[in-house]
Write a protein that binds this ligand. Structure first.
Ligand SMILES: [Zn+2]
Length: 424
């Protein structure tokens, strides 16, 4: 009874996540494939703007008072502490926060605003968020206030302020309270850049049965991975807890949308009957970002589109789009061949998956495997064991960018044939 129940849960969860379906058609992976091996032109982590530079105008100059006035004992001594310059919003926030705010503002009305936002092109999903719209902000107590000058969001609205919850906004801030870049604090600084690096990535979880085993395997090799998770699965407590455990152990978590929707070209076709789908595209990105942010305490800063689909509309995506360069083939050939027992299929998949990654491994490569495939931990163990011997270091996407000098940008796809690790 218990076992049957478990199997039902597993099967329905796999079906729900869309992962019993093939990942294709998607892009065909050429072999050997590789993210480009770049000569690092290291981009320093931005710090300058967060460190306020005192300017002359910050220090009040005492004015010369007439001679008959008493010694200015009661004149306040000018303090030299400058007011910290706020970090520009476009740099402070993960941009998914702006697209979340845009969705909310579309419904926002006050007596002064009326329906001006609702009725404008601003409310059209075709008009993407603009980071520059949110540049005027102020933190006050437990609130954050965004100020909008008249007619900036759309053609006709009065100036207004939008006050919202600071604790939620903080989930999307790239900097902590001490002005450290959070992603930077999670990067291991003791790796050897002269040795090859590879990112092993796992999609479609979280799934405690596999992810907690992966956690142990990666710990054994002092290795780190990147996981692209489906936010709908966070409603299952033990799956969500597995995601949190991975994040706390230093692995990187990106979003893989909420429902594993394949964003085919038809999704963005304006002439299609269901053009409202564009709205769903944003809900998948914004909704999944918020759920994952709340669970981990920090918003995902990268996304992988299900199936690896690309459409030009995705250049409006508020996150960098990380696809892959090394296919493991772990989603194919799952049916038992004649005479194969389920154990035989499992062992065959461990071998096929690990062999594919090992033979296709390349410096700066990004492999694709799945959290919901039971053979994943054993395959990962073989990959880590073999590639360690060849000097590979197993890094997160952020670590790869740090050591190779890549700067990821919102709305840019990074994969094996659009070789965009270099800045455009
Ligand atoms: Zn997927």
């Amino acid at each position: 009874m218990k076992r049957k129940h478990l199997i039902t849960i597993l099967l329905s969860s796999l079906l729900l996540s869309g992962c019993l379906y093939p990942q294709g058609p998607g892009p065909v992976i050429p072999e050997p494939s590789a993210f480009p091996t770049l000569e690092a032109t290291k981009t320093p982590v931005p710090t300058a703007t967060s460190t306020p530079t005192p300017t002359a105008t910050d220090t009040p100059t005492p004015t010369n008072t007439p001679t008959n006035t008493p010694t200015p004992t009661n004149t306040p001594t000018p303090t030299n502490t400058p007011t910290p310059t706020p970090i520009p919003a476009g740099e402070l926030f993960v941009h998914s926060y702006f697209s979340i705010l845009k969705e909310r503002l579309q419904k926002y009305t006050t007596p002064e605003l009326g329906d001006s936002l609702k009725k404008s092109s601003f409310a059209d999903y075709e008009t993407p968020y603009r980071a520059s719209d949110y540049s005027d902000y102020e933190i006050k107590g437990d609130k954050i206030i965004f100020r909008f000058a008249e007619n900036t969001l759309c053609e006709s609205h009065p100036a207004f302020e939008y006050e919202t919850d600071l604790s939620e906004a903080k989930l999307f801030m790239r900097y902590d309270d001490d002005n450290n870049l959070i992603s930077d604090t999670r990067i291991r600084k003791d790796l050897d850049p002269s040795k090859p690096m590879i990112c092993l990535t796992f999609d479609d979880g979280p799934y405690d049965v596999v992810d907690l085993e992966l956690l142990k395997v990666f710990e054994k090799y002092n290795a780190r991975a990147t996981f692209f998770f489906l936010s709908d699965r966070f409603s299952t407590e033990k799956w969500k807890n597995a995601a949190v455990a991975l994040y706390e152990a230093g692995h990187q978590i990106g979003t893989h949308t909420a429902k594993h929707t394949y964003f085919r070209d038809s999704y963005f076709d304006k002439t299609a009957k269901n053009y409202d789908h564009l709205k769903l595209f944003w809900q998948e990105i914004n909704g999944s970002s918020l759920v994952i942010a709340k669970a981990l305490g920090h918003a995902p800063e990268i996304i992988r589109m299900p199936g690896g689909y690309w459409n030009d509309y995705m250049s409006n995506c508020p996150l960098p789009i990380i696809h892959w360069s090394i296919s493991s083939g772990d989603t194919g050939n799952l049916d038992a061949k004649e005479g194969e027992t389920p154990d035989d299929v499992y062992n065959r998949k461990v071998k096929e998956t690990s062999t594919n990654v090992i033979k296709r491994a390349v410096n700066n490569g990004v492999s694709l495997m799945h959290s919901i495939k039971k053979p994943s931990p054993e395959a990962a163990e073989k990959i880590l064991s073999e590639l360690s011997k060849k000097g590979y270091q197993f890094v997160t996407i952020d670590e790869l960018c740090y050591y190779r000098g890549y700067t990821l940008k919102e709305g840019i796809e990074y994969n094996h044939y659009k070789l965009d690790w270099k800045q455009k």
